[in-house]
Design a protein around this ligand. Structure first.
Ligand code: SAM
Ligand code: MG
Length: 214
């Protein structure tokens, strides 16, 4: 039977990372993606920007849209204060199986709730299902045409409070033009671009950090 890229990525984690050491998990994945196979993780370069935003916000509640293999999940979870919760959404069950193992290998499973399903279905159920009133930080990294509709859905569902931070990956490559236009022109957001590169390449990409003003 043929293995998939996420399965090979998991193999690299099990071979090269220390159980319970999130940094070694992140490092093993970055090494695999630089030396063996490119994969759509936020990556080491933009990952440093993600880390600093997480540390600065020090969030009690985080929503991640798009788990894939759990790379950014591990980066975020390992920087959360005690008792903080990260809910991460993934609609591909094969990716979710791998992500659960990566998250457990890193030893951050107590902080992470991986929910399988589509963002559009789960966002309206967050309060009822998980008791979350608002998110302090949302990391948007799922399919690029969903950033804008899901942001509007989060607004409608009351999941954003004054001061909530949206951090969006890949706003240049592959690009999210409708979302960028929205957060940059709306009076409800204060928005800032962090220039960087597409994961594991020299192609320009960046993160957009947007504060919801209420
Ligand atoms: N955040 C991950 C990281 O940096 O390690 C990478 C996420 S990858 C770029 C995007 C993921 O979002 C894919 O695994 C895809 O299956 C998932 N996805 C795309 N659209 C989705 C949706 N509407 N709801 C849930 N998951 C979605
Ligand atoms: Mg991305």
């Amino acid at each position: 039977t043929q293995s998939t890229r996420p399965q090979r990525l998991l193999g690299a984690v099990q071979k090269n990372a220390t159980r319970g050491d999130p940094r070694s998990v992140v490092q093993a994945i970055d090494q695999f993606c630089r030396q063996k196979e490119w994969a759509m993780n936020v990556g080491d370069e933009k990952g440093c920007i993600l880390d600093s935003v997480v540390s600065e916000v020090n969030p009690a509640t985080v929503l991640e849209l798009g788990t894939y293999c759990g790379y950014s999940t591990v980066r975020i979870a390992s920087r959360l204060p005690p008792h903080a919760k990260l809910i991460t959404l993934e609609f591909n069950p094969d990716f979710a199986v791998v992500a659960r193992q990566v998250i457990a290998w890193a030893g951050v499973e107590d902080k992470v709730h991986l929910v399988e399903g589509a963002s559009g279905d789960w966002i309206p159920k967050m309060t009822e299902q998980f008791g979350v009133k608002t998110f302090d930080l949302v990391f948007l990294d799922h399919w690029k045409d969903r950033y804008l509709p899901d942001t509007k859905l989060m607004e409608e569902c009351g999941l954003l409070r004054k001061g909530s931070i949206l951090l969006a990956d890949n706003v240049i490559c592959p690009g999210t033009p409708d979302y960028l236009e929205y957060v940059r022109s709306s009076a409800r957001y204060e928005s800032q671009y962090f220039k960087s590169h597409l994961e594991y390449t020299k192609v320009e990409d960046g993160l957009e950090k947007s504060v919801f003003l209420g």
